[in-house]
Design a protein around this ligand. Structure first.
Ligand code: COA
Length: 455
């Protein structure tokens, strides 16, 4: 669509109607306390309303001291294993950490060498799109947003599946494994189509290689010359592990549970989760972080001047800079308080890579923002549990050093998180059966209908 498309115009009538809509959408904040409604389904310490049970992962942000729960450094466990230990334990030369962890999440135990080999063979076998899918679907009307492309492709795969609505466990597992295998192709080919049709770039579609891991295949199909270094593949593999799972309550995984609980098909559930992950308060934050830093680099003349950086951060909170949303992207988390373990792990990798690639000055700027932002947010907002850098703070920077295009940052999150969504969908389908249906209390008045001529 062009910029002047009349279909997208905000007319005075729309402005007027939206004012009416805003006026009747205000709920007195006091009523939330009165009726004990947890805003954002969380209490002020970030603890979510308990809505389900899971064995897939555990997100920990507090510890008990003298019988009292206190904020603590964050920890993340996949099927009982600390992610920090998993990443440290994966063979230094292996780029199949994502596959190993996918097996762990889906089947509950660490795979043996043979099990992992069999599993990766299975994923390779499924990494084939239906005939002409690229030409007929991905190349048609390419969207400028790859998450939109991805969601449309997922919904379209429904029409190619003879058992699309079968929600028996083996069939749902098959669909999930196929989606795990196909997400890199759907995302990267969608990006190639966009670059070709929107920017006139040369079009190339590399088929995936059977012997490559997910991380290696992403780099192979993305780059015109298909070349990448082992360090690049290792970093991307680590990024995928850090993004693949985060409990049942995060917005997109909860969406998987919610939508799956209606008994719908895998494609509908996963497309809904993609829609959730696209949001800038969730997976879309990594793009925002990089764009915010691009803006900061232009506005802040001296990157070593902390006062100048602090002024810019304050302007962000006052909605006077960047996207005027009032947010410092990459900071804060719904659950974590003192630290997000994923950001801590990422930081050490990013620091190493920044030295190798000559990005030390940028890294210093990130480190200064990391230090100043929590204090500035605390001055301007009411903080209950503490704010620290989240996983997205460094992921965008890492991807830019890897030369990955910004358009693919959130899809890479999705390529990782589909493993978590799949594990949760299987858990929901296998054990639940009860449709989710929470309550909203009506706090509006009752009124008698007024005939048209009397209004
Ligand atoms: C993730 C996020 C939505 C969590 O918000 P939350 O659950 O309200 O977090 P907290 O309870 O700790 O926030 C306390 C206050 O600080 C504000 N705050 C938290 N992080 C903030 C940030 N990065 N920038 C500005 N304000 C922030 C919150 O809006 C809240 O103020 P409010 O009650 O007036 O709305 C929020 O931190 C955010 O929007 N961060 C930026 C986007 C981002 O990086 N998302 C990726 C998450 S992995």
């Amino acid at each position: 669509m062009t910029k002047n498309n009349p279909f997208c115009e905000i007319t005075p009538e729309l402005e007027h109607l939206s004012e009416l809509s805003a006026k009747c959408s205000v709920i007195d904040p006091e009523l939330y306390s009165k009726y004990d409604v947890k805003r954002g389904l969380r209490d002020i310490n970030g603890k979510g309303v308990l809505v389900g049970l899971t064995e897939i992962s555990d997100v920990c942000s507090t510890k008990i001291v003298d019988g009292v729960s206190q904020p603590a450094d964050g920890e993340l466990y996949y099927r009982g294993y600390n992610v920090k230990d998993i990443i440290a334990g994966i063979d230094e030369n292996s780029h199949f950490g994502f596959e190993e962890c996918t097996y762990l999440l889906l089947f509950g135990s660490l795979p043996t060498k043979d099990e992992l080999k069999e599993f990766t063979n299975m994923l390779s076998k499924y990494r084939t799109l239906p005939t002409s899918f690229v030409r007929d679907i991905i190349m048609k009307a390419p969207s400028r947003d790859m998450m939109n492309t991805l969601a449309r492709s997922v919904l379209t795969l429904y029409s190619y599946d003879d058992r699309a609505d079968d929600i028996s466990l083996p069939n749902v597992l098959r669909q999930c494994l196929q989606l795990i295998s196909l997400f890199p192709l759907l995302s990267v080919y969608g990006y190639q189509a966009y670059k070709h049709y929107h920017d006139g770039a040369s079009l190339f579609i590399h088929p995936p290689k059977e012997e490559y891991s997910t991380a290696e295949n992403i780099l192979h199909i993305l780059r015109a010359d298909s070349k990448f270094t082992p360090l690049e593949a290792k970093l991307l593999d680590t990024a995928l592990i850090l993004h693949m799972e985060h409990g049942g309550g995060n917005n997109s995984t909860f969406t998987t549970h919610l939508v799956s609980s209606s008994g719908t098909d895998t494609y509908s559930a996963i497309a809904a989760s993609l829609g959730s992950l696209k949001g800038p308060k969730h997976g879309g934050a990594n793009i925002k972080v990089v764009k915010m830093f691009d803006d900061m680099k232009k506005q802040v003349k001296d990157w070593s001047n902390e006062d100048e950086i602090a002024d810019y951060l304050t302007k962000l909170l006052h909605k006077e800079a960047f996207d005027h949303a009032g947010l410092i992207y990459g900071m804060g988390h719904a659950v974590y308080s003192l630290s997000d373990p994923r950001a801590v792990i990422f930081r050490s990798f990013v620091e190493k890579l920044s030295e190798e690639k000559g990005y030390e000055k940028e890294f210093k700027l990130y480190a200064t923002v990391e230090r100043l932002a929590p204090e500035i947010i605390a001055k301007e907002r009411k903080i209950y549990k503490g704010v620290s850098p989240n996983v997205d703070f460094y992921s965008g920077f890492a991807y830019s050093m890897l030369g990955l295009p910004v358009e693919l940052y959130t899809p890479i999150f999705a390529i990782a998180r589909i493993s978590g969504w799949s594990a949760h969908r299987l858990e929901e389908v296998a054990h639940s059966g009860k449709i989710m249906r929470p309550a909203y209390k009506n706090v509006g008045e009752r009124k008698a209908y007024v005939p048209m001529e009397e209004r």
